[in-house]
Design a protein around this ligand. Structure first.
Ligand code: PLP
Length: 371
């Protein structure tokens, strides 16, 4: 077999992730690899930590990037915070709630499911009922930005409710971070994880994560060892936490971290509030354009994520065939529907570097031509 170097096409990424990666971030990743314990690299890691703290709006010491994608962030939270027979309230209104359930079960906990319809927001009254019925529950877990449907949740109220019933909160903000308001300290969130390839627009494969002191205490006081060696935060704390003094845990993905550093730097230059505003403004632009060509949204305006637009496929339009024409003829990637929404909706991402007017024009023109 004769193989050549791989040269990918230049696509416009407007699906549920990954989003477009800017040339600044790509250039950063192409810089020379140095040792992961090199003092210069360690100094960069300290900056990455500070920049993640900024993105999350937290002072939590236990804040870092897991060397694995968003799903690993999810697994890390449940692996560390769930002990045998712990009850965990899981709010499920889309695809990712089901994965939280899987994680709780695998780490020996008992999931208590609070379900809402796909496309609807989490009903906080149902969560409170579940907490009343399960006085011994330890954790409330939910998704901040449900990428499968385009619905946002209210981490402030849900975390407050969890605390009223002596529970910790675990929040999935893989798609939320940098796209919609998130104030980890002010909202007193206990454990939160994200991804790099959605609104941060770095390459996929890392998971920014943060734990409050309350969560950290719980992890330190576990009766049993964390069942995952890789995710055991008691081991990782010494690797990421002690300034300048890191011991070997695993070899960090050096060049991917250069990319994350640059992406977070871009975010801090723009300012987090401006990033939230840009995502919202661009959603409104896209929404108006789509409504002009007769396309409707799945989600109520109030509950909608600006960075993930779920629209009904117009009557008589083929799903897979249209998406493949967009990809092949227009170099434009949009997302298919998941689960019960498969074949009924498309998901148009306006995440991070992809959230700009050129992309919106390109998407609207291409869509009106193919449908
Ligand atoms: C994308 C996504 C994940 C998973 O992230 P990966 O980087 O693909 O592992 C988890 N939760 C939500 C809400 C997501 O959108």
């Amino acid at each position: 077999m004769k193989t050549q170097s791989f040269i990918p096409p230049s696509r416009t990424l407007m699906g549920p992730g990954p989003s477009d990666v800017s040339s600044r971030v790509l250039d950063a990743m192409a810089r020379p690899t140095i040792g992961h314990l090199d003092p210069i690299f360690i100094k960069m890691m300290d900056e990455v930590k500070a920049l993640i703290q900024y993105a999350f709006q937290t002072k939590n010491e236990l804040t870092y990037a897991i060397s694995a994608p968003g799903m690993a962030g999810m697994e890390c939270c449940f692996a560390n915070l769930v002990e045998e027979k712990d009850k965990v309230i899981i709010c499920k209104n889309g695809f990712f709630g089901e994965r939280m359930k899987e994680n709780v079960e695998r780490y020996g906990g008992i999931p208590i499911m609070v379900e809402d319809e796909w496309g609807k927001k989490i009903d906080i009254n149902k969560v409170e009922e579940a907490l009343k019925e399960n006085e011994d529950a330890k954790i409330v877990a939910f998704v901040h930005a449900e990428t499968s449907t385009g619905v946002k949740s209210d981490p402030k109220s849900l975390t407050k409710l969890a605390h009223d019933y002596d529970c910790l909160s675990i929040v999935d903000t893989v798609t939320g971070l940098a796209g919609i308001p998130l104030l980890v300290d002010e909202w007193e969130i206990d454990a939160i994880y994200s991804g790099t390839q959605k609104c941060l627009s770095a390459s996929p494969g890392l998971s920014p994560i943060s734990f409050s002191n309350k969560a950290k205490e719980k992890i330190k006081n576990r009766k049993t060892k964390v069942k995952s060696w890789f995710h055991d935060l008691n081991l990782i704390m010494s690797y990421w936490e002690g300034e300048g003094a890191r011991s070997y845990h695993h070899t960090a993905p050096i060049n991917a971290l250069y990319g994350l550093h640059e992406a977070l730097l871009i975010l801090s230059e723009e300012g987090i509030e401006n990033s939230w505003k840009r995502h919202l403004d661009n959603h409104i632009l896209l929404r108006d354009g789509l409504e002009n060509i007769g396309i409707n949204f799945l989600v109520n305006e109030d509950d909608r994520l600006p960075q993930l637009n779920t629209i009904f496929i117009p009557d008589g339009v083929q799903d897979a065939e249209t998406r493949s024409r967009l990809l092949n003829e227009y170099n434009l990637e949009i997302g298919a529907g998941l689960g019960t929404l498969a074949g009924k909706v498309w998901r148009i991402g306006l995440m991070g570097h992809s959230s700009n007017e050129n992309n919106i024009d390109h998407c609207l023109k291409s869509l009106s031509e193919v449908i």
